[in-house]
Design a protein around this ligand. Structure first.
Ligand SMILES: [Zn+2]
Length: 211
């Protein structure tokens, strides 16, 4: 048996179990998804949105990338955000990072990861630069990295608020609230680190007046 056959076998067992526990489950989700949450998380295999929040398919709309970044030229994340906010009408957008993030650690080194990864990680180096004073004052490497994980989540929440997608939804429908969370690989627990409720004032530099 090939390794991927285990995935298919696992899927079969899961579907059977789910159907047994809740016979209407798949039928209910067949024609409608109405999740209340958009999750922007890290691609890390140890941080699966549904499992760590003990939720089912249908409950969270998910986007994941290396180090959970919200970049204003990334058509992928912006399409997901647009669809989640304007079509699914989610009430909350969660950016969830995690301690021990390889992307965050990589960005703190001088290693040349070659063009594409370098481009991506540059955004994290910028987060470090915005908070250089605080981060440089933390002598312990692990603690400094952990703090960068938290600050990165905070910056990505700001990045969400800078989009016209979020600003329009805030103005017209007073949603969604934005949340910055960090997951701990050591204990499996999520720590909320930053929040911007709908309508929170932002730096006027980023405000649009013709929403
Ligand atoms: Zn990560």
């Amino acid at each position: 048996m090939k390794s991927y056959d285990l995935l298919l076998k696992g899927n079969e067992q899961w579907a059977k179990k789910k159907n047994h526990e809740d016979p209407g489950f798949f039928q209910r989700l067949l024609h409608l998804q109405a999740p209340e949450f958009l999750w922007i998380g890290c691609s890390d295999s140890r941080v699966p949105a549904n499992q760590i929040t003990d939720t089912d398919p249908g409950e969270i709309f998910v986007h994941r990338n290396v180090a959970n970044l919200v970049i204003n030229t990334d058509v992928n994340v912006l399409s997901v955000l647009d669809y989640a906010v304007n079509q699914l009408k989610v009430k909350h957008v969660i950016v969830c990072g995690h301690y021990g993030c390889g992307g965050i650690r990589a960005a703190t080194t001088k290693t040349d990861f070659k063009p594409v990864l370098n481009m991506w990680l540059r955004n994290i180096k910028d987060v470090y630069r915005y908070h250089r004073k605080e981060l440089d004052s933390i002598k312990d490497t692990q603690m400094r990295e952990d703090r960068l994980v938290e600050l990165n989540v905070q910056e990505q929440v700001y990045n969400l608020a800078k989009t016209s997608i979020i600003q329009r939804a805030w103005q017209q429908e007073n949603r969604p609230d934005l949340h910055g969370w960090v997951y701990g690989l050591k204990d499996g627990l999520i720590k909320p680190v930053f929040e911007m409720n709908a309508g929170t004032p932002i730096d006027s530099l980023y405000e649009f007046d013709d929403l």
